[in-house]
Write a protein that binds this ligand. Structure first.
Ligand code: NI
Length: 253
């Protein structure tokens, strides 16, 4: 069930049986020569949509622009400052809290978001603690899960890509987006890259990034990507998500 494809009465009916919600969160940033700019948002969005079909939970609109300043050397990248992202996440959560949601499961697709998401959780909890009118109310709970850390996914990706998985514009994330948008694969699957496996190194500012990683990849060979691999990853991740979200919403959590 997708929030943006539901009526308010349907959301009200959902709240009568569950106060948990999955929020896909990602980024709009370059993903190398054969990857879509929306990769980090598309991956959690697709996995959450499939997981919702299995686990019958509600999925919020995708928070699809994150912390991507280091990719601004490449056309199309959009970033939020960490402070802006923290403020926006607080407003999303506070809006949903007002309706009665208590359990917020942020399914993340971008490593560069992790520090800021955790800072946003600190801000969200502080908002509850500092407001005297929330005393005695049910506490809210936030959790962060990177989709590639869902149970079984790292093992599956290692089996599929023993070399050249890397850490940015990886064959696993490119495969997931091609599964979601096969027409993109038609155009991008013939792109060649040199060197086959991209260099590795630290991530600093946009100028430094472009110098170190000229085509945008880090440590990866995404020419290994395929629609079929994407299907396998989405199926495995969606099943793991449905289980993990159910556990997260149990009263002891
Ligand atoms: Ni990515």
């Amino acid at each position: 069930m997708q929030l943006h494809q539901s009526s308010w009465q349907q959301v009200e009916a959902y709240l009568a049986r569950s106060t948990g919600i999955v929020i896909p969160i990602g980024s709009t940033e370059q993903h190398g020569p054969n990857g879509l700019l929306g990769t980090d948002a598309i991956c959690p969005e697709v996995i959450a949509a499939r997981g919702a079909a299995l686990g019958n939970f509600l999925v919020a609109p995708t928070f699809n622009v994150g912390c991507a300043q280091h990719h601004l050397g490449f056309p199309g990248t959009i970033t939020l400052r960490p402070s802006t992202m923290i403020a926006a996440m607080l407003d999303w959560t506070t809006s949903l809290r007002r309706h009665g949601f208590t359990h917020f499961y942020w399914l993340n697709g971008h490593g560069g978001n992790i520090a800021t998401i955790n800072a946003a959780f600190a801000e969200i909890y502080a908002e509850g603690s500092l407001r005297p009118d929330t005393r005695g109310q049910t506490n809210i709970v936030c959790t962060l899960k990177n989709w590639w850390e869902l149970p079984g996914i790292a093992e599956l990706c290692k089996e599929m890509y023993p070399t050249g998985h890397g850490s940015h514009a990886t064959p696993s994330e490119i495969s997931v987006t091609w599964f979601a948008y096969p027409q993109a694969a038609e155009v991008l699957s013939t792109v060649s890259m040199s060197p086959r496996i991209a260099p590795v190194g630290p991530i600093r500012d946009a100028e430094d990034y472009r110098r170190r990683f000229p085509d945008g990849r880090i440590g990866s060979d995404p020419t290994q990507a395929s629609i079929e691999d994407g299907r396998r990853i989405v199926e495995a991740a969606a099943g793991a998500l449905a289980q993990d979200f159910a556990r997260f919403c149990t009263p002891s959590e």
